[in-house]
Design a protein around this ligand. Structure first.
Ligand code: BG6
Length: 323
């Protein structure tokens, strides 16, 4: 059980509270929670992995996240699409590290999280409807882990994951706390699958002059020379040490589609499996779906966050959907 100061109102899973407009509507069942703003913008979070599986903006008309048609949502496999969470290790764990027995990307996306509750702020009568907001909080601690994950990573930790929706903006914030006395090292990342119309017309800006590790090219270190990065084949790059204020902008036909900002997260992964890799993934559909997605993943993954007993680390990703 994860606790946090100023704990929000707890909503028992399985309950459903429908409140009349213009208030924020929250509905939940045994497997997911959906929050809808009076504007129609909405977000859905699956308790399995605390995976955001849908984020709609433009009053509910525009889905911003790509979700595979064959994504497995029953908890037997991480979700292919949406925003899976990466913790406490990014990628395959190094053999000489305390995470070495964990699966790729760790256990956060493979574990069932607790819904801790919601907090809302409604502007009805006070100002613009664009000020409405809702935050959904989820928790995962050592006691929620499977025995095998506990054995593979025997540390006492608490995660609080907050998903905040305001008109056209989704913020995901993770706080990691070492609840024990043994220090541990961890990595955190938001593996966001952003939806695009056509990858052939998509560019990514804000990465010019940034050093990156090119994982499809023997993990070589390169420096980005393009103002507008295009993807023309399998792409798997870890851009490192971005300036805190630097935004990564996904454009389609030259027009901004998403602006991705970060708080206390210095790295950005750009990933697209392309045709062959997507073809080899049983849960990736349709097979040419790689043309409709680009992963822009904010995280702290090129080093380790070392947390002594009682220490915390907090980082956030802020995605603005631009019409
Ligand atoms: O198939 P998975 O485990 O969800 O990982 C997908 C991709 O996730 C990315 O973050 C990694 O950089 C890639 O190397 C990896 O292939």
């Amino acid at each position: 059980m994860v606790d946090r100061p100023n704990k929000p109102t707890a909503i028992p899973v399985g309950s459903s509270t429908a409140v009349p407009a213009p208030q924020v509507d929250i509905s939940s069942d045994n497997s997911s929670v959906t929050a809808t703003l009076p504007s129609g913008d909405s977000v859905t979070v699956l308790l399995f992995g605390a995976t955001v599986t849908s984020w709609k903006s433009a009053g509910g008309k525009k889905e911003n996240l790509w979700l595979s048609e064959k994504a497995i949502l029953d908890g037997s496999k991480p979700v292919r699409g949406g925003i899976p969470l990466v913790f406490p290790v990014f990628g395959p764990p190094p053999s000489d590290h305390a995470t070495s027995s964990l699966p790729q990307h760790g256990f956060a996306r493979n574990s069932r999280w607790e819904f801790l509750g919601k907090s809302t702020s409604e502007s009805a009568g006070k100002g613009s409807a664009g000020d409405d907001s809702v935050t959904l909080d989820f928790g995962l601690g050592s006691s929620n882990l499977s025995d095998s994950a506990k054995q593979a990573w025997p540390f006492n930790f608490g995660l609080v994951y907050s998903v905040t929706l305001v008109k056209d903006v989704l913020t995901t914030n993770m706080t990691v706390r070492n609840e024990g006395t043994k220090p541990f090292e961890c990595q955190v990342l938001f593996h966001s699958y952003l939806k695009v119309d056509d990858i052939a017309n998509t560019t990514v800006s804000g990465l010019d002059s940034i050093e990156y590790v090119d994982k499809v090219n023997g993990a070589s270190t390169q420096t980005e020379t393009n103002k507008a990065v295009t993807l023309t084949g399998e792409t798997d790059r870890v851009y490192k040490a971005l300036k805190p204020e630097a935004k990564v902008v996904v454009k389609e036909n030259g027009k901004p589609l998403y602006e991705v900002g970060r708080d206390n997260l210095d790295d950005v992964v750009v990933w697209n499996p392309w045709a062959e890799k997507a073809g080899g993934m049983g849960d990736f559909a349709p097979k040419d779906g790689y043309k409709q997605m680009i992963c822009i993943e904010s995280g702290a993954v090129s080093g380790w966050q070392k947390l002594d007993g009682g220490d915390s680390f907090e980082g956030a990703q802020i995605i603005k959907s631009v019409l």
